[in-house]
Design a protein around this ligand. Structure first.
Ligand code: MN
Length: 275
């Protein structure tokens, strides 16, 4: 089990916060504010939006990190970084705070859902997964509302509870949690939703059906704009998609070891590879 290894038990836990919407996003402020109730918070977050970057890292460009006073009002030390969410966690662990090991890494709160297959494209989850790769308990939080002024006020109790439980009980090794919250207001009806509870789920077998809009720029040159549609044939009531669409917080334990063990068996049994 990955439990916080604190030399001084009276010390407040150290919580590293990052995100992919950038350090000025509303969602990260909500997360930072909540985490200050649980421990000492440090922030390393991108200086620009990095949604959809997946687990990208910066290797062919200089990486810049600057101290930021954006969370000074909360007494929180923060850095803004020119790189991706994964870069931010690496920078925190191996450079900016190299003498301090976080007890918890949290990312978000993302403006938009990261259920199902979206985890692979998600910058929010890449920060959490990078934390898990570094051997730290880690959680990515997302709200199913893309609006930049999205209302996060209903998620605070669950944010605190899930982070608190992770700090207290740890997580099995090499696992990060993908947590998604239902939007405060229903997209179609605009009716306020109340969260019914939290469910531990599996990732729904859904995908993006991509469509490219062909457009023309002011100089008459053609360009493309990705405009995908989320398609979910998986109606399982044990999925993250079902949970968030039915008023529950979804918690999916994720792993970065993507080995498909049944694939090993199949290839060994069915293929004829010259050895
Ligand atoms: Mn995002």
């Amino acid at each position: 089990m990955q439990k916080a290894d604190k030399s001084n038990e009276n010390q407040r836990p150290l919580i590293l916060v990052s995100n992919d919407d950038g350090i000025t996003a509303k969602g990260i402020r909500e997360l930072v504010e909540a985490m200050t109730q649980l421990g000492e918070v440090i922030v390393v977050a991108p200086d620009s939006p990095q949604s959809g970057m997946g687990h990208a890292i910066t290797i062919h460009m200089p990486l810049k990190a600057r101290k930021s006073d954006i969370f000074k009002d909360l007494g929180v030390e923060a850095y803004e970084c020119s790189g991706t969410p994964a870069d931010c966690v690496k920078l925190a662990k191996f450079h900016l705070f190299e003498n301090r090991t976080p007890d918890l890494v949290v990312s978000g709160i993302n403006h938009g859902s990261n259920t199902s297959i979206s985890i692979l494209y998600s910058g929010t989850m890449s920060a959490a997964i990078e934390g898990a790769i570094e051997g730290l308990p880690a959680i990515g939080f997302s709200l199913c509302d893309y609006g930049e002024n999205a209302d996060f006020s209903h998620v605070r109790p669950y944010l605190l509870k899930i982070a608190e439980q992770t700090l207290k009980n740890g997580l099995p090794k090499n696992i990060a949690l993908n947590v998604n919250f239902p939007a405060r207001f229903d997209k179609e009806t605009q009716i306020e939703q109340t969260i019914k509870g939290a469910k531990v789920c599996r990732q729904a077998h859904a995908r993006w059906q991509e469509k490219f809009d062909l457009r023309t720029d002011p100089y008459g040159r053609e360009y493309l704009w990705l405009a995908g549609e989320f398609v979910n044939p998986d109606k399982g009531e044990d999925t993250d998609e079902w949970a968030v669409n039915n008023g529950y917080v979804s918690i999916v334990p994720c792993q970065f070891d993507m080995t498909a063990h049944h694939g090993i068996t199949h290839i060994n049994n069915e293929w004829n590879i010259e050895k």
